[in-house]
Write a protein that binds this ligand. Structure first.
Ligand code: FAD
Length: 360
């Protein structure tokens, strides 16, 4: 059986690795000239990822360990502490760790496909060929998704600078609540910080942030990309969508490496078992709830006014101890829903309801 994987990002590489190991013939097509470049990612990956995907050696890509975060809302802040909650990676080296032993056809851009009962015919900028299964792990602006699937999604623009500065944040991330997401400062190590945000004009938002915070430093790299937030089907008649192409991202933070990686495992298992329908079922069972609750909370978050946001922030600050002990880096919706059990939350019902109504 011939399997074609479009996109050599972490999702496509992981699924190719498992299929290759199981003896399948996998053809990976990548439009860029190498794996991992250009980078459009802050490279913050939770500990659960590394515990789950132990068989890979990520040593070379890990730049720093993160032990918590300082969360800001206006002029107020509080700290969350959790040793080794996440790691800062060099995304380019990280992706390369996943590509060992895989062959990739570089500089080849997927253009379209035709499907009949026997085969799927692929057209790229270089050639036409046939395949039995097609995996679209072609990132946020997936062509395969556009050609075959109907998605309800929104793109968010992200922009980040790597800057050499004297900030002394060591192993703590700073998060400034700014709708629609937040602004971040991530210490990469060696006096280098990743500062980024998501907005309609994130380049300008970061320039303003750096100016307002009087941050002095030398910008050594800029990175930009889009985050797809939404949902839709992940399988139709021998065609699979995976990773960012399938919006397998955490709706509240936009992080997608872990969810895409888990989905890559589900996909490889379902292809190996021959039960292709297991893939959408596993995605729904194991990621669906977190993503749909996250989408719901995103709607509310985006529609809070300043006062309402400050009230929610104060409540979260009062729950610092619970968040320190049981907050999850990768399951935001589960964490927030667990706080909702507190009877005090009832006073936020009108705020949440109003924000939800405004979102309609
Ligand atoms: C500013 C920003 C910060 C982020 N920070 C984090 C973070 O800290 N942690 C986290 O977990 N996630 C983060 N993300 C999200 C993360 O980068 C993605 O979720 C992740 O890269 C998705 O992996 P993927 O393999 O699905 O897609 P991608 O990594 O996008 O890989 C897709 C690949 O497909 C290739 N491709 C696309 N179209 C074609 C085509 N037609 N033909 C051939 N090849 C094609 C691309 O070149 C690319 O190599 C961030 C995103 C942004 C924009």
């Amino acid at each position: 059986m011939e399997i074609t994987v479009v996109g050599a990002g972490p999702a496509g590489l992981l699924t190719s690795h498992y299929l290759n190991k199981a003896g399948y013939n996998v053809e990976i097509i990548e439009e860029h000239k190498s794996v991992g470049k250009p980078v459009s990612c802050s490279g913050l990956i939770g500990r659960d990822f590394f515990e789950h995907f132990k068989e890979f050696d990520f040593k070379d890509s890990i730049k720093n360990r993160i032990d918590g975060a300082k969360i800001f809302c206006g002029n107020e802040s509080f700290e969350l502490n959790r040793k080794s909650v996440s790691f800062v990676v060099d995304r380019s080296l990280f992706d390369q760790s996943l590509s060992r032993e895989l062959e990739v056809s570089f500089g080849e851009r997927f253009q379209s496909f035709d499907r009949n009962k026997e085969m799927i015919s692929i057209k790229t900028n270089m050639r036409r060929f046939n395949t039995d299964l097609l995996i679209g792990s072609d990132g946020p602006s997936s062509r395969i998704r556009t050609q075959e699937f109907d998605y309800k999604l929104r793109y968010y623009k992200g922009y980040q600078v790597r800057i050499k500065a004297d900030l002394n944040l060591d192993n703590f991330v700073q998060v400034y609540l700014e709708k629609p997401f937040f602004t971040w400062i991530i210490p990469e190590g060696d006096g280098i910080y990743r500062m980024g945000t998501v907005s309609d004009n994130p380049k300008e938002s970061i320039r303003k942030f750096i100016f307002e915070k009087s941050i002095k430093g030398e910008v050594i790299e800029v990175q930009a990309g889009v985050i797809p937030v939404g949902r839709g089907d992940v399988y139709k008649d021998r065609i699979f969508l995976l990773g960012d192409a399938a919006c397998q991202v955490k709706p509240l933070s936009g992080g997608g490496v872990y969810y895409g990686a888990l989905a890559s495992e589900f996909l490889a298992k379902s292809i190996i078992s021959g039960n292709y329908i297991d893939y959408p079922l596993m995605c729904k069972k194991l990621l669906g709830k977190e993503i749909s609750r996250g989408l719901f909370m995103r709607k509310i978050y985006e529609n809070l006014n300043e006062n309402e946001l400050q009230n929610i922030f104060d409540f979260l600050r009062s729950k610092k101890q619970i968040l320190d002990e049981s907050g999850s880096f990768d399951q935001h919706a589960k964490t927030i829903f667990s706080l909702i059990k507190d009877p005090k939350v009832i006073k936020f019902a009108p705020i949440l309801l109003n924000a939800y109504i405004r979102s309609l």
